[in-house]
Design a protein around this ligand. Structure first.
Ligand code: HEC
Ligand code: HEC
Length: 148
């Protein structure tokens, strides 16, 4: 019983400490991506230019290909999907853009549809353009084929 009361008192102390803006013991060791103090405004993020016209190789077989052009001006909502205007057949032939693969037309029950299925409608969920930025965290990612 006594230890329980002590535990509650400690928890309460920590909670009060938090409310008063005091770091609870140990919290300083947790390292987040944020570099500035929580109560200070972040500096404006660096602005990078999108790599337009740079073809990116796939890092593994199933990877959605990266977009070799800027995309921020292309609207995607319930009424319009400007990506389709270039990438869906027959526009893809006219625009000389790679045609969306047939897998984009299969619904969740495995049935082939005539229009791009809802589960692949929001293209930028999977296909993103690239900038030459330094990684947010250090990582040792290597393409699946390297070292073979
Ligand atoms: C004005 C036409 C046009 C529009 C709109 C467009 N694209 Fe493209 N896209 C192209 C062309 C052309 C290519 C071929 C590479 C190149 O020349 O840049 C391409 C290449 C790609 C590729 C690379 C495919 C591969 O096999 O490597 C992806 C992925 C892609 N676009 C996604 C998108 C997405 C997502 C959108 C919408 C946000 C979009 N595109 C809008 C014309 C377009
Ligand atoms: C859920 C993820 C996902 C979404 C959403 C998605 N794609 Fe893809 N896309 C992929 C994957 C994975 C591939 C590579 C395998 C394949 O061909 O399906 C691919 C391949 C492609 C290719 C290359 C086809 C080829 O034969 O080289 C194009 C172009 C493309 N997608 C365009 C689009 C466009 C435009 C949209 C939006 C209408 C879209 N994708 C939405 C995952 C996605």
């Amino acid at each position: 019983m006594k230890t329980k009361i002590v535990a509650i008192a400690v928890a309460l102390g920590l909670a009060l400490g938090l409310n008063a803006g005091i770091d609870p013991a140990g919290a300083a060791e947790v390292k987040g991506l944020r570099e500035t103090a929580v109560n200070a405004p972040d500096k404006a993020p660096d602005v990078y230019k999108v790599q337009d016209g740079v073809k990116h190789e796939r890092a593994y077989r199933q990877q959605p290909p990266l977009v070799p052009h800027a995309t921020e001006k292309y609207e995607i909502d319930l009424k319009v999907n400007q990506c389709l205007r270039c990438h869906e057949w027959p526009y893809s032939d006219q625009e000389k853009a790679p045609k969306i693969s047939d897998l984009h037309y299969i619904d969740r029950n495995g049935v082939r549809q005539d229009t791009v299925n809802g589960n692949r409608y929001f293209c930028t969920q999977c296909h993103v353009s690239q900038v030459d930025a330094k990684p947010l965290v250090e990582n040792r990612f290597k393409p699946a084929v390297s070292g073979r």
